[in-house]
Design a protein around this ligand. Structure first.
Ligand code: ADP
Ligand code: ASP
Ligand code: MG
Length: 457
């Protein structure tokens, strides 16, 4: 069994859906389960519709939802229309979902506020529609696609907007629902991104979460491989939108891929790797628009060559740096515990940490206004917004200082506010002003990936 996940751009229009179906057809003997994202841009449209509803802008709501409906009808017209009963039945389901969105959006407009629960219910419609459409389109091409409701399979906690899977329940549900279909040679088609709580509320797994769904489902059924089909040739030495000459990384380990995803390589949702690691399931990143490309293989061991150099550079933007200084730190114990208790109490998660005898600096994703207020009794605080983390990831970063030397040399003239070398030697992170992000990444990419570098063994 394999899981095949298609991202939004891979199902963006009728031609792309048709290509994606060909990819499934070619892998039929591997007993695939298909996971699909919403059509490209639809989740953003649904978020915009929720915001418009909250602002009571009903015209805008109607306009956005009509366009979403039309996009799905257009794809169905191209792919399903020849079989009138399929087309009719799809349009009925489409209209039922659209009615449901309007009901929720009317509720939001009436209250003038939107709860995380309601937002998830609206956002989930994108994957509900795309997965139904994909299953119908498969049937049109004589492939036995069987739509499965994600809420029947992926069971989560109630952390709306960023739900966590409850793996025992999900495993049981996946076995009960999916395995019998596969035994009957059917191909389950399931929307990514969506789950449901034990008491039946719809949840979502965080933006970009269909990758995570694929891994959760793959782990639940112990798939042989999880394939993430996207719009680039694999995980690359950098985001090709920033560095067009970036190269594909053919092999990478789970820990390296997870670090890269966490530090901004959007090609994978940051939590995707965890379920695969638990079962040691290989994850492959492949390009729907370039099927011949071998892509990236993510495994426990990654690239086993002893002189394997760094894998890639990523950038995480919109970071805040908090510098905390206090003489009370000198020789005292318990000071760091007190500082970090404040971050815990405010539920702020910390990425990088550097310390000196009298100061601690951390990076956080979101700045909460109460933070300064809570920290000032304990330390002098300086907050720097609009920072970014540039992370160089690869397993041999510490073995020889040649990598560090090249990185710092390439950064001449660019001020940095923090740097940290993870003790695992996997991640060298540098914090710079967001305005310097692109030139920093370009300089580092040129130094590490555009000139040969190997780490002496
Ligand atoms: P999908 O809709 O298939 O989930 P995403 O847009 O979420 O696709 O992710 C693919 C995008 O990730 C690429 O188009 C690319 O711009 C971006 N990206 C960022 N970092 C990397 C990287 N290191 N390697 C490949 N792609 C990357
Ligand atoms: N459609 C969702 C999003 O845009 C999930 C995904 O595409 O992975 O965030
Ligand atoms: Mg994605």
């Amino acid at each position: 069994m394999i899981v095949i996940k298609f991202g939004g751009t891979s199902v963006g229009d009728a031609q792309r859906v048709a290509n994606a179906i060909d990819i499934v057809a070619e892998r039929r003997e591997k007993k695939p389960i298909v996971v699909v994202s919403a059509l490209a841009g639809v989740t953003n449209d649904l978020v915009a519709a929720s915001e418009a509803a909250r602002a009571c802008d009903i015209d805008r709501v109607n306009q956005i939802i009509a366009a979403v409906r039309q996009r799905h009808e257009d794809v169905a017209m191209r792919l399903v229309q020849q079989k009138f009963d399929f087309f009719e039945s799809f349009i009925k389901q489409l209209d039922k979902q659209i009615d449901q969105i309007h009901t929720i959006l009317r509720g939001i407009a009436l209250l003038g506020e939107i709860t995380a629960r309601a937002r998830d219910k609206v956002m989930a419609i994108g994957e509900k529609l795309s997965s139904v459409l994909f299953a119908y389109s498969m049937m049109m091409r004589a492939l036995p696609g069987e739509h499965v409701d994600s809420e029947e399979v992926v069971i989560t906690d109630a952390r709306f907007g960023e739900a966590n899977p409850l793996m025992d329940e999900t495993r049981a549900a996946a076995k009960r629902v999916l395995l019998p279909l596969i035994e009957r040679n059917l191909i389950p088609v399931i929307g990514g991104f969506i789950g449901r709580t034990r008491d039946g509320a719809t949840t979502t797994l965080g933006r970009g979460g269909s990758d995570y769904s694929a891994a959760i489902i793959g782990a639940a059924i112990r798939a042989d491989e999880i394939q993430i089909w996207t719009d680039v040739d694999g995980m690359m030495t950098c985001d090709p939108r920033l560095i067009p000459s970036a190269r594909v990384v053919d092999r990478i380990s789970y820990v390296e891929a997870a670090e890269l995803a966490w530090f901004g390589a959007k090609v994978l949702h940051p939590r995707t790797i965890a379920p695969a690691v638990a079962q040691k399931i290989p994850v492959r990143v492949l390009n729907t628009h370039n099927i011949a490309s071998p892509g990236t293989l993510i495994t426990e061991e990654g690239d086993t060559r002893v002189d394997a150099g760094p894998r890639a550079v990523a950038v995480k933007r919109g970071i805040t740096v908090v510098h905390m200084t206090s003489n009370k730190m000198l020789g005292a114990h318990g000071f760091l515990a007190r500082l970090f208790a404040i971050f815990e109490e405010l539920e702020i998660s910390v990425d990088l940490i550097t310390t000196s005898e009298v100061s601690v600096s951390v990076t956080i994703d979101e700045d909460k206004p109460q933070l300064i207020e809570h920290l000032t009794p304990v330390a002098d605080v300086e907050i720097r917004k609009s920072q970014c983390i540039v992370a160089i990831v690869g397993r041999n970063l510490m073995r020889d200082s040649v990598i560090g030397a090249r990185v710092f040399d390439s950064m001449r003239g660019i001020p940095m506010s923090m740097f940290s070398l993870g003790t695992s030697g996997l991640n060298l992170s540098i914090v710079v002003d967001e305005a310097d992000a692109d030139r920093s990444v370009r300089a580092i990419h040129a130094a590490l990936f555009e000139a040969p570098v190997s780490v002496p063994s």
